[in-house]
Design a protein around this ligand. Structure first.
Ligand code: HEM
Length: 122
């Protein structure tokens, strides 16, 4: 598999692990763990965007791939928004944590679809 895809998957795995660590120990969050969580989330996004750009000519012609990527993008945006709200000192609304807990699994599904389709179409 392409190196950048592996970096994206590895970064995403560490994001999930650090997320569980943050939740387990609660506030005040460990700065190092929270920083790793945020930066690796950003790194995973950057790697995926680069891979999609490199395959854009083929990718843009497949509506299923584009739909999967758009949904992944919407979910990731929601993760960054809810993640920022959870980082505030003031406790976040229950819906915010619920969204931040559920969407990583949706991203797993739509993100895996993007990677699968990228491989399939070369
Ligand atoms: C793709 C992006 C992200 C993913 C996949 C992700 C994933 C997760 C996961 C799986 C958890 C643990 C939830 C649980 O206990 O079930 C978590 C917790 C957390 N995440 Fe993220 N996260 C992302 C981005 C961010 C960002 C950008 C921030 C900060 C700006 C952030 C801040 C937090 C905080 C503060 C917690 C602890 C919540 C609490 O228990 O109060 N996350 N994240």
């Amino acid at each position: 598999m392409e190196n950048k895809v592996i970096y994206a998957i590895a970064s995403y795995a560490v994001v999930i692990i650090t997320g569980f660590v943050l939740s387990k120990y609660g506030k005040p969050f460990n700065t190092l763990v929270l920083t790793a969580h945020k930066l690796l989330a950003l790194a995973a996004v950057v790697f995926m965007v680069i891979v999609i750009r490199e395959h854009w000519a083929v990718f843009k012609g497949d509506m299923v791939s584009v739909t999967a990527a758009v949904f992944t993008g919407i979910f990731v945006t929601a993760m960054f928004a809810t993640g920022a709200m959870l980082s505030f000192e003031k406790p976040a609304a229950k819906i915010v944590i619920a969204v931040h807990k559920a969407l990583p699994y949706m991203i797993l599904v739509t993100g895996a679809a993007v990677i699968y389709l990228l491989k399939k179409h070369g």
